[in-house]
Design a protein around this ligand. Structure first.
Ligand SMILES: NC(=O)c1ccc[n+]([C@@H]2O[C@H](COP(=O)([O-])OP(=O)(O)OC[C@H]3O[C@@H](n4cnc5c(N)ncnc54)[C@H](OP(=O)(O)O)[C@@H]3O)[C@@H](O)[C@H]2O)c1
Length: 311
């Protein structure tokens, strides 16, 4: 077996011009780790935020960096003391580590076994690559507002990767969902079970029309919407944000998703069993991660972008 692999790498923070496809040493799985031969790797806005250097205050970075935190593929090597996985197992993972260095936009990636989930047979590779970070985030932010049966939940930013999953998962919890998105995406939000409203100036009035007594919970997936959130929340209502670090100062929660293999495995099974749609907006080859980042940076992606690393 070759001791090198192809990966997208950058040596300095900046824009997509920093991204280079090159040969790098293949990683070796350490104790408690598996190595995954990556077939698909999901793209998340955090990938280009890390590239820009914008997360240097929050995470430790070691260059050169292979970006990417989502992976789906086949276990091709197992480190010491990992009895639960074997070579050939089909898996997916939200593979964020304690520091930023060896990511998933590569032919191979090592991942802690506790962060790995088995891929259900009925889940497509594209969906498996797209689901991890966004799906776990959707679950955690709904947990943070205790979204449940009988609640009316407002989801800011419902059309994106996290939003489309949050809408469906909130509906499956028995909540009524009001969802913000551009009007051109409203039919799609309706099909996911939400009552869509446009974002921007008329947002508060539109939500009040649908929920005159206020909403029970607000989930913010876009940022910059605290004023609208507080204007539509009923007294005693709950709110959480995945983008607004200051949500706690307004009685809400800031959520920063953690890897969780067991929870991801349960979620992947629910996607199959309950027909949750993991919508794929676009697919790019490993050689064009820059193109994928540029699409993600446009802020107009509906669903998820995946990198097709191998068949
Ligand atoms: N804290 C965490 O753990 C965590 C985890 C995941 C993501 N995030 C962050 O959460 C954000 C969303 O992530 P994502 O993966 O869902 O992003 P995404 O897929 O790129 O979201 C794109 C969507 O955002 C919508 N949008 C843009 N501006 C909006 C506004 N003002 N109001 C409502 N919708 C708006 C657009 O909807 P239309 O097409 O309808 O205009 C577009 O479809 C990103 O900033 C990401 O970095 C944080």
């Amino acid at each position: 077996m070759s001791d090198t692999m192809q990966a997208i790498v950058y040596d300095d923070f900046g824009g997509t011009e920093q991204l280079v496809l090159r040969d790098v040493p293949a990683p070796t799985p350490g104790p408690g780790e598996v190595r995954i031969r990556v077939l698909r790797a999901g793209v998340n806005p955090v990938d280009w935020k890390v590239l820009s250097g914008g997360l240097r205050g929050l995470l430790t970075h070691v260059t050169p960096i292979v970006p990417g935190w989502d992976a789906a593929g086949v276990v091709d090597a197992v480190g010491p003391d990992v009895p639960e996985y074997a070579v050939g197992d089909e898996v997916l993972s939200y593979a964020r580590k304690d520091w930023v260095q060896e990511g998933t936009f590569a032919e191979l990636v090592t991942v802690r076994a506790v962060d790995v989930a088995r891929k259900p047979a009925g889940l497509s590779w594209d969906a498996a690559g797209a689901l991890p970070l966004a799906g776990l985030t959707a679950e955690r932010v709904l947990d943070a507002v205790e979204a449940g049966s009988g609640d009316t939940v407002l989801v800011h930013g419902a059309s994106g990767g996290v939003g489309t999953l949050a809408v469906q998962l909130a509906r499956l919890r028995g909540a009524r969902v009001i969802a913000t998105g551009s009007p051109s995406g409203h039919d799609r939000l309706r099909a996911l079970g939400a009552e869509p409203v446009a974002y921007g100036d008329g947002l508060v009035d539109a939500v009040r029309e649908l929920a005159p007594d206020g909403v029970d919970a607000v989930v913010d997936l876009v940022g910059g919407v605290m004023e609208q959130t507080l204007a539509v929340l009923r007294e005693g209502g709950r709110h959480a944000s995945i983008t607004d670090h200051g949500a706690g100062e307004h009685g809400g929660r800031w959520v920063w998703v953690r890897p969780d293999g067991a929870r991801l495995e349960a979620l992947a099974q629910r996607v199959v069993d309950e027909g949750i749609d993991v919508e794929i907006a676009a697919s790019f080859p490993l050689s064009d991660v820059a193109g994928a980042f540029e699409q993600s940076m446009s802020g107009t992606t509906r669903g998820k972008i995946v990198i097709h690393v191998a068949d």
